[in-house]
Design a protein around this ligand. Structure first.
Ligand code: ATP
Ligand code: MG
Length: 357
């Protein structure tokens, strides 16, 4: 089969980690006889440098015309002076909106070999950890009105609007319930319903929808409590469903439970099978160009692409198996290395994982 992938390498370590993921996809293509075609386009700082805007229309078009998007990371201090609407990270918001990507899936999984890297006690993590955070991605406070007002006396006031419709909540809740019914049958919906109207609607709609999913158990949790329980009792969670900002924060927190942000993939899905796949981490400008970046998060994102957009679960399993074998054979990138471990650079890591395939 032929698959068309739009590739958005982005900034910082983005191009480095994307290069390794493509290497791994090509190994899959060779082994299983698939043809992956790549169209590389710019977004973020790289696009600002080249075209003067963070998300050129040509990039959006190329993504729309492909079967899936593989993205590295955008942004960095080089573009700190760029004004609001053209900031590199706005390219991500723009892409999500333009492509209708409303569901962000972030697994927080612990590979057995890396359990030591978690800051949590082994007794808390006993038997591993596998949480899936389903974050609403195109609504909420990130897309509400952003206003800064200057008063005549020189004072300044700013505010941002948190807004959700019943339809937006139903759509993301459905994704979460569907995923949970294929996993361990538990959804925790996270909100701040004791303070916010938008959260009260969220809780009402999610609770109503749960009656359609008799095999899935729902509990509702305030976000402050959820932040606490992720550390105290992470095994409580199977699927977490939450809004845009709470999801952003909780998934970064969950990423640290696993030990390294360099290991975590993500998927952003639209209706149908279309999706954009990217590592959870950012552009890490501090290590760009030093061959230190861990490409595994991006490689695992490519595995999610195989699984969720292309329906190639055997191929996705092969990628995850190759990562597991890399770890089991004792190889570590610098971010996940313990004292005395041999360090594998970005390129060597991609070569080895592709080699295992
Ligand atoms: P953003 O605002 O884009 O999320 P950030 O500065 O908050 O960016 P990251 O870019 O994710 O966060 O990086 C935080 C730190 O984690 C980096 O400085 C880097 O040292 C480390 N890091 C991030 N990704 C990786 C990776 N793939 N491999 C190794 N280290 C990484
Ligand atoms: Mg960050």
């Amino acid at each position: 089969m032929k698959y068309n992938i739009a590739v958005v390498p982005g900034d910082g370590i983005g191009p480095e980690v994307v290069g390794e993921a493509i290497k791994v996809l090509n190994a899959i293509g060779q082994k299983y006889n698939h043809q992956f075609n790549y169209t590389t386009v710019l977004a973020g700082g790289a696009a600002i440098d080249e075209y003067g805007e963070c998300l050129p229309e040509a990039t959006v078009e190329a993504c729309k015309n492909s079967d899936a998007v593989l993205l590295g990371a955008v942004g960095g201090p080089k573009w700190d002076h760029v004004p609001g609407p053209q900031r590199p990270e706005r390219a991500l918001l723009g892409l999500r909106k333009a492509l209708g990507l409303y569901a962000n899936l972030r697994p927080a999984m612990i590979f057995q070999e890396l359990a030591d890297a978690s800051p949590l006690k082994p007794s808390i993590l006993d038997g591993g950890l596998d949480i899936l955070i389903v974050r609403e991605l195109t609504g909420g406070i990130y897309f509400g009105e952003h206003v800064t007002e200057s008063g005549e006396d020189g004072s300044v006031t700013a505010y941002d609007v948190e807004k959700y419709s019943d339809y937006e909540i139903q759509r993301i809740a459905r994704t979460a319930f569907e995923m949970a019914s294929k996993r361990n049958g538990r959804v925790t919906s996270v909100d701040k319903a004791n303070v916010l109207d938008s959260s009260r609607l969220w809780r009402k709609i999610v609770s109503e929808m749960s009656s359609d999913y008799g095999d899935v158990e729902l509990d509702n949790m305030y976000v402050d409590n959820a932040a606490m329980q992720l550390i105290r009792d992470p095994k409580h969670f199977d699927v977490i469903v939450t809004g845009n900002m709470f999801g952003d924060i909780l998934s970064d927190e969950a990423s640290q439970i696993t030990g390294s942000i360099g290991m975590l993939p993500s998927a952003s899905l639209a209706d149908g099978n279309f999706g954009m796949y990217e590592p959870v981490h950012g552009s890490a400008p501090d290590i760009a160009g030093t061959d230190k970046a861990n490409p595994i998060a991006t490689i695992l994102s490519a595995a999610m692409m195989l699984r969720y957009t292309f329906n190639l679960s055997e191929e996705a399993d092969a990628v995850e198996g190759a990562v597991r074998r890399f770890l089991a054979d004792g190889f570590r990138t610098a971010d996940i290395a313990g004292t005395g471990d041999a360090i594998s650079g970005t390129v060597e890591t991609g070569d080895r994982i592709a080699g295992y395939i």
